[in-house]
Design a protein around this ligand. Sequence first.
Ligand code: ADP
Ligand code: MG
Length: 352
Amino acid sequence: VKKTTSIPIALYGGRNAVTMLPGGGIGPELMVYVKEIFKYSGAPVDFELIEIDPKSDESNDLEYAITSIKRNGVAIKGNIETKSESTIVQSRNVAIRNELDLYVNVLHCHSYPHVKARQSNIDILIIRQNTEGEYAMLEHESVSGVVESMKVVTKSNSERVCRFAFEFARKNNRKKVTTIHKANIMKLSDGLFLETSRTVAKEYPEIEHNDMIIDNCCMQLVSNPHQFDVMIMTNLYGTIVSNVVCGLVGGAGLLSGRNYGDHYAIFEPGTRNTGTAIAGKNIANPIAMINASIDMLDHLGHKQHSRIISEAVRKTVCKDKLHTPDLGGTATSTEVVQRIIDHILQADLRAW
Ligand code: ADP
Ligand code: MG
């Protein structure tokens, strides 16, 4: 059954309202940069800023954030820290994705010319199940010293994410989809995901479909990543593979990730790092969050603004080669942002 209900995105006088969740670590400073860039590019977006206190066990902030995203339809987000010592507080990041049923995560991993990286000419789409699997957060100690953790795989969610991947491949003229799994060991759970992907693949005869075991996949990604086109996988494999590929093209500071459900969308840096250790030092790479904001403008239909900003980013990173330390450069975060703004101001707006 195809869902056809679509909830309209909040739009007031031609401007979009968007929820902004800065999160912890470098999140707040990156959001300041996004707001500056939007100001100078004239992007018609008003942010509704919601801060979630990482130390608080109260769920009020979280509920407010979810209500706001439901109202606006769209959010831009940094990572909300979850203290690993705390057993009471569940990850708010996971809770938000579950509550909004953002069942798919899309990470377009592509190389940047003139960014020093372990591999070049990478162009891989990672499509990840975003709400279940090992992230079900169903863990308990059954008897003292024995912990059980549930991995949940459902046919309906597997089908939604596989269909999303094949539709994406078809629309974007991609040639191949690879299902990543460990069905030789987890015969029932990963078996269901693999089987579902094979069933969906039959409806897309023009797209090649194959599958690969997750461990071999990690080795292949490092040694011969160019064999991959679109990849689909369950939640935990998704975060690991995303980090491997981001590491290949230049690290955590470059790429953005998109979270989609049938009704809402959240845009964020691809590897979802908090970056606590580098916060407040003016060294965080602002590009991943700026790319997330570009994705968001695209999603809202503001193609002109997204093009102006992405062209300014391209000039800064690939032509001027102005790089923060994570990319081997010496530029500060604010120098990179200032250069992007300079390019935006120099862009001939009439040419767009
Ligand atoms: P997590 O939130 O998963 O704990 P970290 O915050 O520890 O992840 O980030 C992982 C690594 O990536 C760290 O070395 C961090 O400095 C680096 N990193 C993350 N985001 C950025 C960024 N925007 N710019 C530069 N380095 C980053
Ligand atoms: Mg950390």
